[in-house]
Design a protein around this ligand. Structure first.
Ligand code: ADE
Length: 413
């Protein structure tokens, strides 16, 4: 890869070029770095580089003609041109990865009060390194170049950059070195033992805990990390999972506070990637498993009656109200079981021949048997598995009228 800095102060880059990691990367041919002086691309006359703004205002602006001349002296068809400036897109680790894939990046350091507005249409991107104003873009260009260069193959020896902060969208885990005790503060015991698996589990967990504590803004979106699933605790999902712990294969709760819930990563693969026969058998086994749970002391009520009495937090559409009302009028017999409430193939994990985990429990609780039955039938239909076949696999006498009502209810709830 090649990186070109365009600047009116080329000497600003000399200390960067002498950083050991950067020097070695250049020496080993992993990156080619060019520093181009914008002044060399002008006729050298007074005011050829910068001038005062039309309409007045403080300071000087870099001229569009000087910048364009400099850019055409270094750019070719493979170049990605980036103007450094506080109005730009915020630089992130994700962007560093994107840029590390480029053949040639040109980082243009603005200066004085900025650049002539017309220059913006000659660049691919404008990038800022933070919400503050520097006197020039040189140090910002160095920040970007350093973050990109260290991602290039062969630049970092030993340690993989993948373990670091932001690589999974979270902060890096805390690290310790000698002495093992300092001012009564001890290195966590697990790190002193040699159990690799325990250490890596500890590190992953601490990374998540630090992120929740120090940078919760990184966690605002629901996201699936490599190792854990982390999200807000929807509708007391943690309570439901705790109640289910010895009754159903559910994820382990690794961390929870009043905002976040960190769950262990399910083992195995999801049913969404399984073949037809496996899907049919597993879905039948999941329903049987759910229905065999003793609900006598289950505190989670998801029955239609509970929904109607408004004790549930879901807002109902008029259509849903109408259907539930209709279901009451035809006096369906209630057949209460433990129900998942939002079954999907990618929420069921299989391992070998068994079910290793069922996730997304926020709507689980006591409800009519037909609630999960109806959603399973719908799911299987999409996989080309007919209702007859499924009911046979379930070994179950179906009440068609009741099923019809529930098929409509699960659609609107
Ligand atoms: N030039 C001046 N301020 C800057 C910033 N915050 N980011 C990038 N370039 C800049």
């Amino acid at each position: 890869m090649k990186i070109t800095f365009l600047s009116i102060f080329p000497e600003s880059f000399s200390s960067f070029l002498s950083f050991p990691v950067i020097e070695r990367a250049v020496r080993n041919g992993l990156v080619d770095i060019e520093v181009k002086d914008i002044k060399d691309c002008t006729d050298g006359s007074f005011r050829a580089i910068d001038d005062s703004p039309y309409g007045g205002g403080a300071g000087l602006l870099l001229r569009v003609d000087a910048l364009c001349n400099a850019l055409s002296a270094v750019a070719d068809a493979s170049s990605r041109t980036i103007l450094m400036g506080p109005k730009g897109k915020m630089f992130t680790q994700k962007m560093a990865h994107e840029l590390a894939e480029e053949e040639h990046i040109i980082l243009i350091a603005g200066h004085y009060e900025g650049v002539d507005e017309r220059f913006r249409r000659y660049v691919d991107d404008e990038v800022s390194i933070g919400d503050y104003v520097l006197t020039g873009g040189e140090s910002a260009a160095i920040v970007v170049a350093e973050a990109v260069i260290r991602l290039l193959d062969g630049v970092l020896r030993g340690k993989s950059s993948k373990e670091e902060s932001f690589e999974d969208g979270i902060l890096e885990y805390p690290q310790y070195t000698h002495p093992s005790v300092y001012d009564k503060a001890e290195v966590p015991e697990v790190l002193l033992g040699g159990n690799r698996e325990e250490i890596s589990r500890f590190c992953e967990f601490e990374a998540i805990r630090d992120t929740i504590r120090l940078r919760p803004d990184l966690l605002e979106e629901d996201r699936n990390f490599n190792f854990f699933s982390l999200h807000r605790d929807y509708r007391n999902e943690s309570g439901i999972i705790r109640w289910l712990a010895n009754r159903l294969p559910v994820p382990e709760i690794l961390y929870e506070d009043d905002r976040y819930l960190v769950l262990s990563r399910p083992k195995g693969r999801t049913l969404a990637s399984a073949e037809r026969e496996r899907i049919l058998k597993t879905m039948a086994a999941v329903l049987k498993m759910l229905w065999s749970i003793d609900i006598s002391d289950c505190p989670y009520d998801e029955s239609l009656g509970k929904i109607v009495s408004g004790q549930r937090d879901r807002r109902l559409s008029y259509e849903a109200w109408r259907l539930i009302d209709e279901s009451e009028r035809i006096q369906m017999s209630e057949d209460m079981v433990f129900s998942h409430g939002s079954l999907r193939l990618d929420r069921i994990f299989v391992n070998g021949n068994g079910i290793s985990c069922i996730i997304d429990m926020q709507y689980a609780g006591i409800a009519d048997r037909y609630r999960d039955l109806a959603s399973a039938i719908k799911l299987l239909e999409k996989e080309g598995i007919g209702m007859e076949e499924f009911i046979n696999a379930l070994d179950f006498d179906i009440d068609e009228k009741k099923l019809e009502v529930f098929l409509r209810i699960v659609n609107v709830l």
